[in-house]
Design a protein around this ligand. Sequence first.
Ligand SMILES: [Zn+2]
Length: 366
Amino acid sequence: MKWLISAFLSAILLQPSFAQGKEYGMADFDKVEKIDMHAHFATGSPYNLDLAGESRFRFLSIEVEKGTWADVFRQEELLASLHRRYPEKIAYVGTFSLEGIDEPGWLEKTIQWIEKCRAQGSVAVKAWKNIGMEFRDRQGRLVMIDDPRLQHVFRYLEEKRIPLIAHLGEPRNCWLPLEQMTTNNDRNYFRNNPKYHMYLHPEMPSYEDQLAARDRMLDRHPGLRFLGCHLASLEWNVELLAKWLDRYPRAVVDLAARIGSLQHQTLRDREKVRQFFLRYQDRILYGTDSAFRETTQAARDKESLKKMWLSDWQYWVTDEWMEVAKVNGKFQGLKLPGEVVEKIYARNALRWLPEAFPAAGAPARK
Ligand SMILES: [Zn+2]
């Protein structure tokens, strides 16, 4: 009998620390380990790290290519130094510039740069929507993500097993008039950034063109470790997103700035969205797209950060009726199992990108 009890006890103790059969509530917010897989630190004096610490948040800060190598160098210097100062709290992802893509030596320069960033601590490479939506080569042609000149870079990443974190295309709302957009955050963004509002630029590639170029690139690099930012720009339809995840079984997605699109779908069919999360619970990574710019914003951001974090938490862990600024209407929280909540907040990120953060309480992985 005694051995039975002790076998039973050790079986319990040897369970992985997943919250099996457990559910979380609003009061548990600070209990769960969290990684914001999509943040942008743009200041050398990061603030609200204490707040993040209380809520068990760590960050992956992502560089964004804004057109020149000089700007990429500046961002790398900033993020590499932040990572050196806060290695436990801030990991980061470097990027490269398309500037000079027509010139001989661009590929070598780019590969060398990627290696330099890696040596400084960058754990992946970022590609941004300027690929496909903004950058033009010397002939005036838009450079799409499946451009032959870029494939050497992606082959290199594939061979070296360096992850590519890519924000390609935009939410489908970008191709709709403002009044037809499904979320208020998209409506505000495109009202303020008309140059990216593709509905106003019918000469530019369509939504479908952007995603098709992305998928052709992925088809050419089946071994590439790929994270599709912003729900891989398939935020508006969980069925299409599910098909895409089935088609690219190695790929993962982040939720950054697209939770409103899921909430909009929840308004109509909560169970469909909930089933999506249950089925793809290993492929979805939490992210917020929070920008940390100057210290003067710290106090204002503190309040809005905590409010946003808690609103997202409420959506995952409760079945309460909710209203958020991002969507018009009331919807019910998804009340996901505790294990799924833990995976979305940190476990998936730790598994997919073990380079970024040593798992809490575990020795650093080699
Ligand atoms: Zn972003």
